[in-house]
Ligand binder design. Structure first.
Ligand code: PEP
Ligand code: MN
Length: 348
């Protein structure tokens, strides 16, 4: 067969595919109508994931699974747009909140009596310090160990993190103490590397609106903690979460870490109303990072208590075995003892 003949065959196939897509859209429309009648939300992230997984498990011949995912994500997005449900996370209050399962841990259980604790050093500096900190934190009830391996520093001359070596140290310490671990990814080039080591990927405040990064991180389908941009509105923050969800992430944790205001009482001002607002409008758990908001360790305990009083699903605190020797955020990190005292008072 010559090129013209083959092109004619492709045109005929394209016509057929389009006709089929139109029929598919009709079915989706009928499902949307039935769900609306039942008062259910239109989008079902699990169902979308199931569709993608089923298709990719087929014998795809010369087509790659990545390409199939890419094409079908566009098909699913088109279905959603047609149903005028592009603001998915905002309209799915009815979706039951479910825990985020990592190994044997069920994290962020809905209606848990105590908030989930995320704690650990600002940056991973050396294995000994991380291991000593992790041991004390596990004893205090922490189930998620944090630590930065790629650090977004204000000055290019400041310590930038240990990179992959740091990820290995963090993951090892977490496993040693039966915890999950979380670390920040700074750019698209290292998404796969970070995803290989950590259980939860953190998007920092400076990257909340880095949409290309959000797309790549969402596509890993790992749980993600999304910090609010320090100058972002709640709507902008939720839209960023939408980028993660649309690209395949089903487990998103929102993190309020303080915004820029004229107040100089703390490094950033925690917007407690935003915590309640996101909880009311979406199904996502909301965590408060009290350390980066505080900037000084004396402010950590009152902000920690305030976060719990306002109903946060979790609290993040920077804890370092020797805060005075820390290579970043030394002034705001607690000692493990101070952290254990704080937790004993309000988290039992
Ligand atoms: C961090 O948690 O390590 C961090 C850098 O936080 P933020 O992005 O909120 O500044
Ligand atoms: Mn820090």
């Amino acid at each position: 067969m010559n090129i013209t003949g083959l092109r004619n065959d492709i045109d005929a196939l394209d016509d057929e595919i389009l006709q089929r897509l139109i029929i598919r859209a009709g079915f989706a429309e009928q499902i949307a109508a039935l769900k609306a009648e039942a008062g259910e939300s239109t989008r079902d992230a699990d169902r979308e994931a199931e569709i993608l997984d089923r298709l990719c498990a087929m014998d795809l011949g010369p087509v790659s699974a990545d390409d199939v995912r890419h094409v079908w994500r566009a098909v699913l997005a088109s279905s959603r747009r047609m149903m005028d449900q592009s603001r998915d996370l905002l309209v799915c209050e009815q979706r039951a909140r479910r825990p985020i399962s990592i190994g044997a841990l069920d994290l962020f259980k809905p209606h848990a009596e105590t908030p989930e604790l995320i704690a650990g050093p600002c940056a991973i500096e050396d294995a000994e310090i991380v291991s000593a900190t992790a041991a004390a934190l596990a004893k205090a009830g922490v189930r998620i160990l944090r630590g930065g391996a790629f650090k977004p520093r204000t000055s290019p001359y400041s310590f930038q993190g240990l990179g992959e070596e740091g990820l290995g140290i963090l993951a090892y310490a977490a496993r040693e103490h039966g915890m999950a671990c979380i670390s920040e990814v700074l750019d698209t080039r290292t998404v796969k590397e970070v995803a290989r080591y950590v259980d939860i990927i953190q998007i920092g405040t400076r990257n909340m609106a880095n949409f290309e990064l959000l797309k790549e991180v969402g596509a890993t389908r790992k749980p993600v903690l999304l910090k609010r941009g320090f100058a972002a509105t709640v709507d902008e923050w939720i839209h960023s979460a939408e980028y993660l969800a649309v690209n395949g992430c089903n487990d998103i944790i929102m993190c309020e870490r303080g915004i820029r205001t004229f107040s100089d009482a703390s490094r950033f001002t925690i917007d407690f109303a935003a915590v309640a607002e996101v909880q009311a409008r979406t199904w996502m758990p909301v965590v408060v990072d009290v350390s980066h908001a505080a900037g000084r360790r004396e402010l950590v305990p009152p902000l920690f208590k305030a976060a719990i009083a306002c109903g946060a699903d979790g609290v993040m605190v920077e804890v370092h075995a020797c805060p005075d020797r820390a290579r970043c955020d030394s002034r705001q990190q607690l000692t493990p003892d101070a952290f254990a005292d704080l937790v004993k008072g309000v988290h039992s």
